[in-house]
Design a protein around this ligand. Structure first.
Ligand SMILES: [Zn+2]
Length: 162
């Protein structure tokens, strides 16, 4: 399952990548190009634009209208529709910035890339496998918030299913 997100959906793009999904993000919005690319690359088109959503449906594309809401709400809706898993799995997680897979890395080999107190405090690190990105990640303070959002999304999904 692959996605193509329009220029308004940078936030949901990062969330889906974190959950391990292949998401391409088009910053510059050109409706026709989005429609062509979605079809050519067999990507589910995620859009916040009702008109583009209608066009995509008319052309027989798989698409979802993602409203500007909180990430937990958007994720639970997408999960209902496409059965997206709402559990973080570090083995499949992708770089939120560029979408390349992340890989585990020993902290000594990235010591110069992270603050000293981070090096001291954490033991698990991941690095983006794209050489032009190479961002390093760890379960820092933001981690709690990520877990909370995913918990919330799972609960909202259950409420809808009842
Ligand atoms: Zn990256």
């Amino acid at each position: 399952m692959k996605f193509l997100a329009d220029g308004m959906l940078g936030n949901i793009t990062r969330w889906l990548r974190l959950l391990g999904y292949d998401v391409e993000y088009e910053k510059v919005q050109n409706d026709n190009e989005l429609l062509i690319r979605s079809k050519k690359e067999k990507r589910i088109l995620l859009t916040s634009d009702a008109e583009l959503f209608r066009l995509a449906k008319r052309r027989g594309l798989t698409t979802a209208l993602v409203k500007k809401t909180s990430p937990d709400e958007a994720l639970s809706k997408l999960s209902e529709k496409f059965n997206i898993h709402l559990v973080f799995d570090e083995m499949r997680s992708r770089c939120p910035t560029c979408g390349f897979p992340l890989k585990n890395i020993h902290k000594n080999s990235i010591r110069e890339k992270i603050p000293e107190n981070t090096y001291q405090r954490y033991n698990e690190f991941w690095i983006c496998s794209s050489l032009s990105c190479s961002k390093v990640y760890w379960r820092g303070n933001h981690w709690k918030k990520i877990s909370q959002t995913l918990n919330k999304a799972r609960k909202e999904k259950l409420n809808v299913e009842k």
